[in-house]
Every structure is written in C-alpha cells, then in structure tokens.
Design a protein around this ligand. Sequence first.
Ligand code: FES
Ligand code: FES
Length: 134
Amino acid sequence: MAYSDKVVDHYENPRNVGALDKDSADVGTGLVGAPACGDVMKLQIKVSPEGIIEDAKFKTFGCGSAIASSSLVTEWVKGKTLDEAAAIKNTDIAQELALPPVKIHCSVLAEDAIKAAIKDYKAKSGIDDGKAAE
Ligand code: FES
Ligand code: FES
C-alpha cells in the first residue's frame, strides 16, 4: 500500500506521543478500539480553566494510518475549545492525510478517541453537555 507523504511524516515523526496523568482533574482520557482490526488508541487532553485544550498526548497500538491520524488530531486540538475539538470529523483527518478507503476506519478511531477524551473530561468536571442521559 502506498502511504501519502503526510502519513509517513506523522508515522516517522509522531507529534505528542506520551501520556498525561489520567487521575488529574484537568485531564480527559479517551481509550478506543477499532473492531475492524483490533487496533487501540489512547488520546488525552489537558484543559485550561477557561475551557481551552492546552495539551494533548496519544499512544496508539496500530497501523501507520492510525498513528498518523492520532498524531494529527493532537496537533489540531491544541488551542481549541472543547466544542471546536468535538467538531473534528474523521473525514477531515482522512482528507488531510489522503487516506485510501480501506484506511478510513483508522481516522474514525481518532475521531472517536478525541470525542471520548472530551466526554471523560466533561464527566469528571461535572459539565452537563445536555447528553447526560446518554
Ligand atoms: Fe490493525 Fe491496521 S489493521 S494495524
Ligand atoms: Fe486498523 Fe488502521 S486502525 S488498520
């Protein structure tokens, strides 16, 4: 399979690999798995008192596209509000990285991971996003 230059770049030089303290009150953690392939992605955000994402880290056990997708998303979410970050679509990720159709689920994993991290942060900090009954 031919990977795009951007995938290779993020794969070889992944941004923001690592972990934040998941027990810290200002950190949200999203851990998701892809049923299609068994890959696992952990994405964490650190949120300022003003509600801005000031840091993001990831660890991904998966293919090059999954690693590139999570690396890209950690770059994108920094400086964004929670709502802005939640609006990131897997199609944006897939387009930016020029992912082929069989690799679309890797970008879905990244969208799911950021959404899960935001949800975790909101639950921790008692923010009611109107979906509490979910
Ligand atoms: Fe899981 Fe891509 S199929 S590594
Ligand atoms: Fe499964 Fe990429 S996340 S092939």
